[in-house]
Design a protein around this ligand. Sequence first.
Ligand code: HEM
Length: 199
Amino acid sequence: MSASVTSKTRKLPTQALGAKIFHWLNIISLFIMLTSGLQIYNANPVFGGRSGWHIPPIFTLGGWLAGGRHWHFAAMWIFSVNLLWYGLYVFITRRWRHRFVAVNDLKALQKSHNSKRLIYAWHRIIYTSIIPIMLLAIFTGIGMYKPAQLSWIVDIFGSWQALRIVHFSSVPIVILFAILHFWLGKKAGGEKLTESMFW
Ligand code: HEM
């Protein structure tokens, strides 16, 4: 009896519809960006040229260079517009004031002995830090998309090869982020929190 009362009265985590849509579109577009990007990479590997280090086909999307580019350029719109509208939504609804990492999280890391609080602080640090990384992926991607018109982007990175390497670094960073974000989210709020972000 007491168990059923507890399960009825316990508050399940809920998320705004905007956050759910943002997460779904992010997962889908990032998966396409990653796999199609690796297809493009295989046509002329950044590391070692044509005879260099290739990615096994199971991790690629598109079948060949042009196929990979079609997927990459289609998904780049979903990825970029999704980030833009979510940024506006968080700004207009003033969610930015409590949504991202703040000074009290950093203080908690230094002073708190409460393991739940420490995990929560790391969780907020990780999901906040992916935002500048996503923006860097877009910025370097735009530089590679229109290198003649936007040659100043190439200049910022010093060379075309350096620009490619910085853009490519989104691959391991995004994979690492996905693992850490999932793991910390589960530790901070259990499976219910993760589920609440999607359903
Ligand atoms: C986090 C998301 C992204 C990942 C993981 C990713 C990954 C990759 C990878 C691995 C490559 C191959 C790099 C090379 O070998 O030179 C690539 C190429 C490229 N990416 Fe991305 N990318 C992402 C987002 C973007 C965005 C947002 C844009 C555009 C705004 C973009 C535009 C491009 C362009 C233009 C190329 C070169 C295509 C070509 O040379 O034919 N990427 N991407």
